[in-house]
Structures are given as structure tokens and as C-alpha cells.
Design a protein around this ligand. Structure first.
Ligand SMILES: Cc1ncc(C[n+]2csc(CCOP(=O)(O)OP(=O)(O)O)c2C)c(N)n1
Length: 585
């Protein structure tokens, strides 16, 4: 037992370990990724990255059915992918405890949308626990396993970015081993044909009825009575903000918000003069409180984005605890592909092709930003291929249409899009940007890179063989660091009347340990054409006085993309540029 400063994600992992979890499985996604990366460090737990969240949830279902405790992790949009198994899992129930860790991202720090997972909990009819700090993250995960087994349901532990990523003190405990029960065949529970599902639907209703009394009295839902002039109903991280912004207010702190504790809310509202409900994202609590006939104070707080103590203070006219001036005058750091990023050469070529690029989610989405601006869409993981096919059906543009997708994203949900295109007689061009890793979320292994979560080698998916098996008529390999080669192959494939898969394979620049010698611009040869600047490499800038390109040797990793796009051969090894300089001086 010790007191340790932990992030919420570390604490979730610790809680799962202490709860005797046997297996952890998930798909990376900020802000949830570090949960499994921490859980895998505990010797007694086996952890796996799945190709996507649906598979992760199904693996978890199997572990639970076999009688062991299992944690499945994902970000909020991942639950869209895993929703299918989740909804029926609620009917099936659990063998060993089954806990979903789902991390929401108010303000979309690293997401394509804002979603409130509590709506899923209500729709799937499963309990949801909402920790407000790391200590609760650990405790609630342990509690979630107990609830899961006691009430025979999967349980969601919902965090948000500030709980997942901020650190607070955690009292750790020991692991309580949880021996898996033996598997007993029971088709009436595990085989959800309509006749069985109808029975389990009724069973779920009664399991929820017993849970309804649990939420009224559980330790996770508590009243903090102070000044009874104002009572605030809140949950998750917002509880911490309310404590800071409204220190005198009475609070009904809800740690378990599905099923909704109606009796507790009515009891609390009878003890205070006015009720305010303060919650980020959707009015999940608000609507339920109002449905009980409780009059709720209009706070004017936004329904979009993240809250803060300052925002709540401003809404209630209280003085924030401490007003810290934000640090100003920091140099702007817009999101950019790294120097030497292989995606850059591909987007340069796509720009030259003037293609309509249906994009996907990953580091390569940065190809949508200036100066490359070579991406037309990004909706959800795997969407690029179906969208390219759909656009191709309409024929409203003469421009070539190219779908661009990363290796992890292709394995996640791109393969079925390719299958659709082939099956339906499409003639699209798909590019897999295979940088040998899941870069955007911090370099996790995936089935294409062939590295497991434990760091062990695994069979790497053979993209060429896969594309051929799926039915792509042409499969080409290109060097993404050579934009001219990429452009040539793109021209050939987009003008052909068949499905083609182009694999642009080169490791993420951050995986390349040995930095190649940097390049420099030969001032005399530079024609100021700006081609190299249009690559958008952070190592290349325009000299404000001479308008010539200059290369920062400390940033340049020697990928040679700029060397290849320069028509004047003005980009040379930096050693050679020094020699040239010496000769001239
Ligand atoms: C359904 C879903 N799950 C997870 C994520 C988080 N996420 C965004 S991009 C990405 C994978 C990116 O890897 P890859 O396709 O290999 O591209 P790279 O970043 O390496 O260029 C992940 C896991 C998400 N946005 N949506």
C-alpha cells in the first residue's frame, strides 16, 4: 500500500490489476490509450491491441464468457464501433466481470467529434461510473468489476480527457486474485436467437431493477450538504470544478449515473432551495432531473466544449480561487507533419495530380492543412474508401478520386471498404500510407506493423497479398519519399478502369533512429521557385531577405523529398554546401 501520484489512465490500469483482471484488450485512441500501455506492465495480466474496438469488445466477451475478469478500452468514438457487441452483451450478461473503459473528449482536443458516452450507457441499458480524479478512477474500476458480476451486466467506466490525463494522489492496494470460474455451456444465455433474446431482455429489465436500488444507496453517489441556498448536481471532473468555483454550495455528487438515482435526486432537492445541474457535453443529468419535476436553475453554461472552474465562477458570479494569467508570447506551434514524414511526399504528389482525396484519420490527416491542402474529407476511421467509391458512383467531377488511409486505419476498418469497392464493380484508387506504426496515438503496434502490445514480433499483414485476395486488380508499391514516382503511379492507376491499391511504405520519421546527413540549399543554384517550401517541411523556410529557401540542419533528417522536388538541383548535402561556400569565399 502506498500513496502515488498517478494519471487517471494509470489509475484505471492499477484498479483493473488490483481487481484481479486477467486480460486487457482495446484499440488506441486519445485520451484512453495509456490505460492498456500501463496495464501491460503488470506481469499477471495479458494485454492485446485489437485491430478495432468491435473486435476488442468481442474478445472481452469471450474472456468474460470463459469466466475471467476483463477490461476493454477505447475512446468515445470507439464505442460507436463496439456498440454492436455492447448492446447485446447487456442481454447476455457476464461470466467474469466485464468492464468497458470509455474516454470522452470534450472540446475535441484529439477527436473528430464530441460524444457523451452516458447516452450509450442509457441506450445499451448498462451501468456507468464516472470518476472525478485518479483516486476514484482506481476505486471505481474495482467497484465496476464487483457490480458487473453481482448484477450480471457489462459496466462502463467513463472518463474524460482531464481525468484521464491529469495526475492526483492515489492510495494503491494489493491485487486480489480472481480465479476464473469454469465455463458451463448455457445456450439460453449465450446464444442470442430471438427466442433466447426475448427471455434475456426480460432478465435485463429485472437486473436493472435491482441495480436501481443500488444507485440510491451506493457510496459512489453522495450528498455533501453545506449552504442549502444552492444545491448542485454534478458528476465526473466537473465535480472538482464546482468545488473550486462554488465552495459553499451543497453538492449531490453522482459517481454512478446509469441507472439514474431518482430517489436520491428528489431527496437532495428537498434539502436545498435552488437546484443547478452542472455537467459537460449533453444534458444527460439535466433532462433526467427535470423529468422528475425538479425546477432547475438556468446557468447559461455552454453545451459545447470543456468546462473549467473559471467558466463556472463566471456563470455564478463568484470569484475564482486564483486567477492565473496564461503564458503569452509563446511561439505558435501549429500541427505539422514532422521533418522526414513519409506522408508529406504523398500529399505533394496528390496536390500535383489535382486529385479529390477522400481522407481518413491519422497523422496523414495533416495533409489537409496548408501548404499541402491535399485532402477533401475526413469523417471517421475507415471512411475514405467507401467515400471514394460513393463519389465515383456520382461522376460529378472529372478530377481523379483517390482514397488515402493509414496502415492502422486500414486494418481497423478499411479492408471492408475495399471489399465493397471490388464487390460492386468500382474502379477506385486506394493508397495505404504504411508508416509501420499507429503514429498519431503514440506509436502503437498494429497487425500491419506486426508488433504486439507487449512489444513482441507478430505476423505482419501482407498488404499486397490481402489486396489481391480481396480482388484489387492492380497492387503497386511506391516510395513516399519520391513524389515524382508517387505521381507517376497515381496517374497510371487513376486512369485505369479497375480497383487498385497503392502501398506507400516507409517508416514514420520518429521510428528512424539513425538520422541521415542533413541537406542545405546552394544559394547560387536556388531559383526561388518555392517548390521545396510547398512541401511544408518544418526544416525548410524562406529567407525573408533573399526569398531563397534555407534548410535548418538541426531539423533536417535527410529524407531527400526536397532534393527530389527541386528542379534546379540546388539542394545538396550540407557538407557539400559548406565546401561550396568555402570555395566561393
Ligand atoms: C473509432 C476510432 N478509434 C480510434 C481513434 C483514434 N485514432 C485516430 S487515428 C488513429 C490511427 C492512426 O494510425 P494510422 O492509420 O496508422 O496512421 P498514422 O497516424 O500512423 O499516420 C487512431 C487510433 C479514432 N479517431 N476513431
Amino acid at each position: 500500500m502506498s500513496l502515488i501520484l498517478m494519471s487517471g489512465n494509470e489509475a484505471v490500469a492499477r484498479g483493473a490489476w488490483e481487481a484481479g483482471v486477467a486480460i486487457g484488450v482495446g484499440y488506441p485512441g486519445t485520451p484512453s490509450t495509456e490505460v492498456l500501455e500501463n496495464l501491460v506492465r503488470y506481469d499477471d495480466v495479458h494485454c492485446e491491441w485489437a485491430p478495432n474496438e468491435k473486435v476488442a469488445a468481442e474478445v472481452a466477451a469471450g474472456v468474460s464468457m470463459a469466466g475471467a475478469r476483463v477490461l476493454v478500452t477505447m475512446k468515445h468514438v470507439g464505442l460507436n464501433v463496439a456498440a454492436d457487441p455492447l448492446f447485446t452483451q447487456a442481454y447476455v450478461g457476464v461470466g467474469g466481470g466485464l468492464v468497458y473503459l470509455v474516454a470522452d473528449d470534450p472540446s475535441m482536443h484529439s477527436s473528430q467529434n464530441e460524444q457523451d458516452t452516458r447516452n450509450y450507457a442509457a441506450a445499451a441499458k448498462v451501468p456507468v461510473l464516472e470518476p472525478s480524479d485518479s483516486s476514484e478512477a482506481l476505486a471505481y474500476v474495482k467497484r465496476a468489476f464487483e457490480i458487473s458480476e453481482q448484477y450480471d451486466v457489462p459496466v462502463i467506466v467513463r472518463t474524460t480527457t482531464r481525468v484521464s490525463h491529469s495526475k492526483s494522489l492515489v492510495q494503491t492496494g494489493e491485487r486480489a486474485e480472481h480465479a476464473p470460474g469454469s465455463y458451463e455451456k448455457d445456450a439460453s444465455r449465450f446464444v442470442m436467437i430471438p427466442a433466447n433474446a426475448r427471455m434475456r431482455r426480460v432478465s435485463l429489465a429485472s437486473r436493472l431493477d435491482s441495480l436501481a436500488s443500488c444507485v440510491e444507496s451506493c457510496d459512489e453517489n453522495r450528498m455533501e450538504l453545506r449552504d442549502t441556498g444552492l444545491g448542485v448536481i454534478t458528476s465526473g471532473i466537473v465535480y472538482q470544478y464546482v468545488r473550486e468555483a462554488l465552495p459553499e454550495a451543497s453538492i449531490l455528487k453522482l459517481g454512478m449515473t446509469s441507472p439514474f438515482p431518482e430517489g436520491l435526486v428528489l431527496d437532495f432537492s428537498s434539502k436545498v432551495e435552488r437546484i443547478a445541474v452542472i455537467e459537460e457535453l449533453d444534458p444527460y443529468l439535466t433532462l433526467r432531473v427535470k423529468a422528475l419535476g425538479v425546477k432547475v436553475v438556468e446557468t447559461g453554461l455552454p453545451r459545447i466544449g470543456e468546462y473549467s472552474p473559471g467558466l463556472i465562477s463566471a456563470a455564478f458570479g463568484t470569484v475564482p480561487l486564483e486567477k492565473r494569467e496564461p503564458i503569452r508570447d509563446l511561439p505558435p506551434r501549429p500541427p505539422l507533419m514532422c521533418p522526414g514524414c513519409p506522408h508529406r511526399g504523398v500529399f505533394y504528389a496528390l496536390g500535383k495530380l489535382k486529385a479529390v482525396v477522400t481522407g481518413d484519420i491519422g497523422c496523414y490527416t495533416l495533409g489537409a492543412l496548408p501548404p499541402l491542402q491535399a485532402m477533401d474529407s475526413c469523417v471517421c476511421m475507415g471512411a475514405s474508401i467507401g467515400m471514394a467509391h460513393g463519389m465515383g458512383l456520382v461522376k460529378s467531377t472529372d478530377r481523379p478520386i483517390v482514397a488515402v488511409i493509414g496502415d492502422s486505419t486500414f486494418a481497423h476498418s478499411g479492408i471492408t471498404g475495399l471489399l465493397h469497392m471490388v464487390y460492386n464493380g468500382g474502379a477506385g484508387t486506394v493508397m495505404v500510407l504504411d508508416n509501420r506504426t499507429t503514429a498519431m496515438t503514440g506509436h502503437q503496434g498494429n497487425p500491419v506493423s506486426g508488433i504486439t502490445l507487449s512489444g513482441d514480433p507478430a505476423p505482419a499483414l501482407d498488404l499486397e497479398a490481402l489486396a489481391t485476395a480481396v480482388g484489387a486488380r492492380s497492387v503497386r508499391m511506391v516510395n513516399p519519399h519520391d513524389p515524382a514516382e508517387v505521381l507517376q503511379v497515381l496517374k497510371e492507376e487513376t486512369s485505369a478502369d479497375h480497383v487498385s491499391l497503392i502501398i506507400a511504405k516507409a517508416p514514420c520519421a520518429l521510428l528512424v533512429r539513425e538520422k541521415a546527413d542533413p541537406f542545405a540549399v546552394d544559394e547560387e543554384l536556388c531559383t526561388k521557385c518555392g517548390r521545396c517550401i510547398k512541401l511544408g517541411c518544418p526544416a525548410i523556410a524562406k529567407d525573408p531577405e533573399t526569398a531563397r529557401a534555407v534548410i535548418d540542419a538541426t531539423l533536417c533528417v535527410g529524407c531527400e523529398q526536397c532534393v527530389r522536388v527541386c528542379k534546379a538541383d540546388a539542394i545538396v548535402p550540407s557538407g557539400a554546401a559548406c565546401d561550396i561556400g568555402r570555395e566561393r569565399s
